[in-house]
Design a protein around this ligand. Sequence first.
Ligand SMILES: [Zn+2]
Length: 411
Amino acid sequence: MQKRESYQTGDQALVRQINLSLVMNILRTQAPISRAALAQATGLNKATVSDLVFDLMERGFIREVGMKSSGTGRPATLLTLHPAAGFIVSCEIAVDFIEVLVTDFAPEVFWQVKERTSPEMGQQAILERTLALLFQAVEKGRATEAPLFGVAIGVPGMVDSTSGTLLFAPNLGWNNVELLAFFEKANFGAPVFVDNEANLAALGEHYFGAARGYDNVLYLSGNIGLGGGVVRDGHLCRGVSGVASEFGHMTMNPDGELCNCGNRGCWETQVSQKALYRYLDEFINAGKKSILEHLSGNYSVESIVDAARMGDEAAVLALEKTGRHLGIGIASLLNALNPELVVLGGMLSLAADFLLPVVENEIQNRALRWNRESAQVVRAAHGSDACVKGGIAVVYQSVLLQANPLAILGR
Ligand SMILES: [Zn+2]
C-alpha cells in the first residue's frame, strides 16, 4: 500500500508540472490573457488555473498587466510571462563572425555584440574569444539580478546531440570539437545548449518568426553553405544522433562541383553564395552584359540583388539559376517531409524576390500535387540574427516544454 501511495504522489506532481508547462506555453503564444481564457485554452478548471497562476506568479515567471473589460461582468485581469523572470544568452559562431546577445524573458534583446573573425584565426583563438564574449554577456545579464535560464551556442556544422560535440564544420575546417564540454567548463550556472545553426534558426522562426503558429516547417538557409532544419509537431527533428537535416549535402549532381564535405555535386554547390557568384561569372563570360563585371572575385549577394533590381541581365539570370536549383530540391523535400511551410533564410531571404517565382514554378512542375498544395514558401522573418534568435528559442523551450519549468531554477 505504501508503494501505491508514493506512485499517486508522483503522478500528481507530474500532472502539476505538465499543467504548469501548459499554462506557460499558452501564455507564450496568447498573452496577454485572462485566467478564464487560460482555463478555456488549457481545458483545466478555473480553480486549478488560479492555483497554477498563483504558483507561477510567486516564482516570478508571470505577472498581471492590467484589466480587460469583456462587456458584461467584472473586468478580467490579464497575465503575461514576466520579462524579468530570467535572462537568456545566445551566441552564434559563424564562419566569419561571432555574435552574442542577451535577452530578458519577453524576450527583448538588451545587450548584443558582433565581431568579425575568419577561419584563419584558428579554432582555439575563436573559441577563447567566444568564451570571453559569453562571460561579458552573462555579466550584463546578472546586473539585472534575474537568474540565467540558459546559454545557447549555434555553429555552422553537424553537432552530435547526445555529447554536444561538433563533429564536422566543413566551412570552418573543424572536426570533432567537444564544444559542450568546453563551454560547460565555464560554469555559467545554467544549462548550455550547442546545436547546428540552421536547426536553431528553424526553431527561432517557429517560436518568434515567419513560422509562428505552424508546427510542421522546413527551414532552409543559404549563406556560405546551405543549411536546413525541420520542425515536426513543434519540435526540432534531430535524427538519431542529432545530425539530421543536412539537406545541403544531398547529392544533386553526381558529376558536379567538389563540395567542402568531400563529395561532388551536393545541393550547396548549386545553391549558396559561391554558386551564385559562379553562375554570374558564367553568364558574364558567355557575353551577358553586367554592371558587376569589374567586381568579379569580389561579389556580394547584396550587390547582385541590387543589380538585378536595376534590371541587370546577368544578375537576374544568375539569381534565376540559383532559384531553379533551389526549387528542384525543395520539390523533392516537399514530397519527403510534407511540411505546411517552407521558410527561406539567409541569402535566400535576401534574394527572395527573384528566387520565389522560380521556386514556385519548379514546385508546380515537380512536387506531388498533395504535397505541393499543402505547403507555402515564404521568406524568413529573421535576417542575419536567425541563429541567435533560435538560441533564445531553444532556451525558451527548455524552460517551457520540459513539463517542469520550476526544476530549471531548482526551485
Ligand atoms: Zn557536401
